[in-house]
Design a protein around this ligand. Structure first.
Ligand code: MLT
Length: 263
């Protein structure tokens, strides 16, 4: 069974936005966007195997980004949304590219946060394979704990509540979910060519202190999409919506209200 009914939260009224989380997290990473519910409808799914969503049953086949993209498209169907804005962070951004390739007619506009268009380099692929082995051997903490320093910039690492939130999300990803996401990211195609096919309005957001997908990486996405804008979020690392929600939310609202017919 590749079909998964994604668990999701659905808050507020207004133009619908589906927020697709990064790895190894879940839809709670968008909880600091809840204040936007006065102006937009915030839909935050947990991807398969993360948070409260069941994992895929793929048998022996490896998970692909296509499986994740289809799960999000199924959610649009279940919610009877002909179109929505899609906002994805990091792995969520990789999934957005895949949804655009599969079902561009379902997308009103795109928001790419702290993500990249390029496929994995050979070194990163090697790291992913090593990480998969560690998870399979029951050593998942060796994969997730070092990620805290990569995901969060130094100011956020001083905030124990925020660190606890991130750890709780990491702990809520089942082992099969970690392996599937690592494999899907490892195998994902390059999306550089996809950039110039994107014709809907797009916003690219990046934390100024993001060490995983730094500002020059975000600029590649913005320069590749004709109707796009780049906003750098000060004092934030890879998890910009959590680390500086005030600046992140302001950028989101300004973008969404500027789209004709979206407010
Ligand atoms: C994420 O935040 O989703 C991951 O760091 C992405 C990645 O590992 O490429």
């Amino acid at each position: 069974m590749t079909h998964v009914n994604l668990y999701h939260r659905d808050l507020g009224l207004g133009p619908p936005v589906i927020f697709v989380h990064g790895f190894p997290l879940d839809g709670r990473m968008w909880q600091r966007q809840a204040t936007l519910a006065e102006r937009i409808r915030i839909i935050t799914p947990d991807l398969p195997g993360a948070g409260r969503s069941p994992h895929f049953d793929l048998g022996q086949s490896p998970a692909t980004l296509g499986h994740y993209a289809d799960a999000v498209i199924d959610l649009l169907d279940r919610l009877e949304l002909e179109k929505a804005t899609l906002c994805g962070l990091s792995m969520g951004g990789y999934i957005l590219f895949e949804i655009w390739r599969r079902a561009p007619q379902r997308i009103a506009s795109l928001i790419f946060c702290d993500t990249r268009a390029e496929a994995d380099s050979p070194d990163i692929k090697q790291n992913r394979r090593a990480a998969i082995q560690k998870v399979i051997q029951g050593r998942r903490a060796e994969v997730t704990e070092p990620m805290l320093d990569l995901l969060l910039a130094p100011p956020a690492r001083q905030n124990p509540d925020l660190v606890d939130d991130v750890r709780a999300m990491m702990d809520a990803v089942v082992e099969e979910g970690l392996v599937a996401a690592l494999q899907a990211m490892h195998d994902r195609p390059d999306s550089l060519e996809t950039l110039r096919t994107i014709v809907v309005p797009a916003l690219v957001i990046v934390g100024s202190l993001d060490s995983l997908t730094p500002p020059p990486t975000a600029r590649v996405i913005q320069q590749g999409i004709s109707h796009s804008r780049l906003v750098e979020i000060p004092d934030a690392g890879h998890l910009s919506p959590l680390e500086n929600p005030r600046a992140f939310n302001a950028a989101l609202v300004e973008f969404l209200l500027g789209i004709p017919g979206a407010s």
